[in-house]
Design a protein around this ligand. Structure first.
Ligand code: KG4
Ligand code: ZN
Length: 342
């Protein structure tokens, strides 16, 4: 028998994603982003995102089917992000998925957004190493998770206690006059800067903090430190060396992320780390994690950047895994749950 053909829908934030997979093979990954509409506000506006999902949903489904060369009738199951995320945005995806499941008479699987970020890696690197330590770093979350079976759930070991890593990238980019979303711009600017120009603070790494927050992150102090440093320069009438500040800030974020991920993996006796979420596209993070992990005999898997940011393929990937492992589908009255536990 053919492996199941699964269509996945993602609308938890500002990307309308529709992915189609057959087993571990990616057939289509159509994404329509409303990021440009949010840029002038410096962050995602929930109402704008919901409306954009509504407009983009049907064309994105059509585009995915066309790319995959399949008809909706061919699909064996529908998967959809049911949470966590923006309530109104999630609702659009869940409603669309229900309509498809009902109309086609196919099962629906509500999936967790974070677990989907983990599952996507199998489309690029094959079956997931389980157990693995997943570090998800995006505009909405920064979490360390232990994954024993991605279809059952993920166990949170730690998370940010204030800003998410991507949020810190976006806020610092704004301070430096770089466009939104700031992560890729900081990444690019940093390539011509010095990472040791400013020794910015590493949040929650003091001995005392580690007692309570060993696997947690904090990036708001770092963001404030960058703001103070930039303000002091401006007050003194001196130019701000954007590339150097970007590189030093990026180094501080990556240093903490990698240190804590390696600490969590070694503590739990896990030999594989998987990094996902938009910030996993960061070139310094990828290089630093791979290099430091190799010294400890730990393998690091990071999907290509296009699969790290929000997309429908990751939802379809987890859906395909749920089908393959014989998990029970969700009920047709599946709710969208913005604060869904991971
Ligand atoms: O996963 P994602 O697309 O959406 C959320 O679920 O948040 O992540 C978006 C975040 C943004 O904060 C963006 O600035 C950041 O990922 N990002 C990066 C890079 N590319 C995207 N951060 C650092 N370096 C990058 N190359
Ligand atoms: Zn995400």
């Amino acid at each position: 028998m053919n492996e199941p053909l699964v269509l996945g829908i993602e609308t938890s934030c500002d990307e309308t994603g529709v992915g189609i997979v057959r087993g571990h093979t990616l057939l289509a990954d159509a994404v329509a982003s409303s990021v440009d509409e949010h840029a002038r506000f410096g962050g995602v506006v929930p109402e704008v995102a919901s409306r954009a999902h509504l407009e983009a949903m049907v064309p994105t489904i059509e585009r995915a089917c066309e790319t995959a060369g399949v008809r909706l009738d061919d699909v064996d199951a529908i998967a959809v992000t049911s949470g966590p995320g923006l309530a109104g945005a999630l609702l659009v995806g869940v409603a669309a998925a229900k309509a498809l499941a009902l109309g086609l008479g196919k099962p629906i699987y509500g999936v967790n957004h974070l677990a989907a970020h983990v599952a996507v890696d199998q489309l690029e690197h094959g079956p997931l190493p389980e157990p693995c330590l997943a570090m998800l770093v995006s505009g909405g979350h920064s979490s360390l998770l232990e994954v024993d079976d991605v279809t059952v759930g993920v166990e949170p070991l730690g998370a940010t206690i204030d800003d998410a890593a991507g949020e810190a990238f976006d806020k610092v980019a704004r301070l430096l006059g770089l466009p939104f979303p700031g992560g890729p711009h900081i990444d690019r600017a940093a390539t011509s800067g010095s990472s040791v120009y400013v020794d910015f603070p590493r949040g929650l790494t003091s001995r005392k903090d580690l007692e309570r927050h060993r696997f947690d992150f904090s990036f708001s102090g770092l963001k404030t430190a960058v703001a103070r440093w930039v303000e002091a320069r401006e007050r003194a009438g001196e130019p701000v060396p954007v590339a150097d500040v970007a590189a030093s800030f990026q180094e501080a974020v990556c240093d903490v992320l990698v240190r804590k991920a390696l600490d969590a993996a070694t503590t739990r006796g896990i030999e594989d780390i998987l990094i996902g979420g938009g910030v996993a596209a960061n070139s310094r993070l990828r290089a630093m994690a791979t290099e430091r992990a190799a010294d400890l005999g730990i393998r690091v898997r990071v999907p290509r950047p296009g699969l790290c940011t929000d997309n429908g393929a990751m939802v379809a990937a987890l859906g395909a895994e749920l089908v393959a492992r014989g998990r029970t589908p969700s009920a047709l009255d599946l709710p969208a749950d913005s604060s869904q536990p991971i």
